[in-house]
Write a protein that binds this ligand. Sequence first.
Ligand SMILES: Nc1nc2c(c(=O)[nH]1)N(C=O)[C@@H](CNc1ccc(C(=O)N[C@@H](CCC(=O)O)C(=O)O)cc1)CN2
Ligand SMILES: Nc1ncnc2c1ncn2[C@@H]1O[C@H](COP(=O)(O)OP(=O)(O)OP(=O)(O)O)[C@@H](O)[C@H]1O
Length: 201
Amino acid sequence: MHKKTLRQDMKAKLAGMSGAEYDAYSLEIQQRLLKDSSIKKASLIGLTISAFPEVNTMPLIEKLWAQGKRVAVPKCEPKTRAMIFYEITSFDQLETVYMQLKEPIPTLTKAVSKEEIECLIVPGVVFDELGYRIGFGGGYYDRYLANYNGICITLAFALQLVHKVPTDKFDLPVHKIITETAVIDCHRNRKESYAVDENSI
Ligand SMILES: Nc1nc2c(c(=O)[nH]1)N(C=O)[C@@H](CNc1ccc(C(=O)N[C@@H](CCC(=O)O)C(=O)O)cc1)CN2
Ligand SMILES: Nc1ncnc2c1ncn2[C@@H]1O[C@H](COP(=O)(O)OP(=O)(O)OP(=O)(O)O)[C@@H](O)[C@H]1O
């Protein structure tokens, strides 16, 4: 199925989730993430300010701050489709300027380089167990990840997983996907799937 159709179908499915499910699953995903070694090790984490029905990241950000971690969120550059991450220490440092997305106010925050971000929480709409994803179609993360060397984790509701996401050559998979029911080691799944491919030749 085409990326665009998969994206639209999933958005419709997500819209059918109840508020109670959204809250309970988001909390479960947050708790699983906070137990994960990649997050425990990281001192600067890059993530987005979620917009419903994305897994709620606002309570997560508060938890990260409470644990003494630094948090950086992206600002989009629509002309070039680039993103710059800025460290925020309060939700008062956010504004809505682009699409209904909350972004950091550059005059109140400090830009952080890609190399400083040890763990990046990557958003998206549809995912598979190898870590491939379909985002909102801006290509922002495909570009950002092209020369990113840290750990990439996605937070998703279990219903956002499909058997296989169609991929283009610029698509880069995440290392792990955390849902309310599982922590999926996509990196390992890819290694195993390549091994199966080789054995079948
Ligand atoms: N909460 C959250 N913040 C995020 C993302 C996200 O997925 N979630 N992003 C993740 O990347 C970036 C913003 N992504 C965007 C992706 C597409 C469009 C956009 O303009 N979409 C057009 C169609 C695409 C086009 O014009 O070619 C549209 O919907 O009309 C805007 C922002 C950064 N911030
Ligand atoms: N590394 C790249 N360099 C240049 N263009 C790219 C790159 N990656 C993706 N693109 C372009 O961006 C557009 C959007 O790609 P795609 O539909 O895969 O986005 P997405 O994965 O849904 O979005 P996002 O990465 O923002 O979550 C495509 O037209 C693609 O050609």
